[in-house]
Ligand binder design. Sequence first.
Ligand code: UGY
Ligand code: MN
Length: 305
Amino acid sequence: MQTFTAYSTRASILVSISLSLLKVAVSVEGICSATSIFDADSNSYPLYWKVTNPTLSPSHLQDLPGFTRSVYKRDHALITPESHVFSPIPEWTNTLGAFLITPAMGSHFVMYLAKMEDNSRSGLPPYDVERFIFVLQGTVTLTNMSGISHKLTVDSFAYLPPNFEHSLKCDASATLAVFERRYASLENHVTEQIVASTEKQPLLETPGEVFELRKLLPTTAPYDFNIHIMDFQPGEFLNVKEVHYNQHGLLLLEGQGIYRLGDSWYPVQAGDAIWMAPFVPQWYAALGKTRTRYLLYKDVNRNPL
Ligand code: UGY
Ligand code: MN
């Protein structure tokens, strides 16, 4: 009996050694050559690193001529990083912009990425246009007419009211997500400059939902839009299959999942931008191994008539 136990223990050790060797051989030989979809989401990267260093996925198709995940339809668009086109932004110096959402699609706002280089400086938005900036990478200094300055690092944001003189300066390099729209004014109401960071915003109640929600702007009447930061753990999804009058501009900051827009279901990941027209059916489920975080423009507080 003892001899048999000793024999079977030795045999199982041998089997497990052989299996490990086989695993090594298989990966060395590259039989299983597809890289893990989870590698790039390692926690060792700086916050929002994937937005400015996106995987042009699927990685084995990135060099395939003509391949893109980008889609442009009547009531929604998915703009993925391989289709970004950067060009100088009017009025800005040493800055390249990629306009991802513009009124040509049907939106009443623009959403763009601004890549500020050494010694760069912003221009002002057009007359009556308000601006929201969110720092994705690097540091910028925001200075207003009164000479008051704020240093904005990754995860910080600022709201600049319409016709509010200000400038953003960058000594090294920085990437911003920028939203602008013509302010829908309300009698006896004005908005104010806001400078803050996402981590300092309180978590809000989300009745019937599981995701975590922060709103970056006040929910009061003067503000005609808000920017939501929504976090989903893998496996979590939107409970409400939303169809609403509001428009959205979305930038996926972290993670991956499936976005439903109308009758289409899109695999999406950090770096992807989405335009949602009013009433487009929308739904999201987070997949993979890491949290999904997205930044979402939503028009609010105004009568749609
Ligand atoms: O507030 C919203 O409309 C939000 N939940 N929509 C979305 O995430 N697509
Ligand atoms: Mn919505």
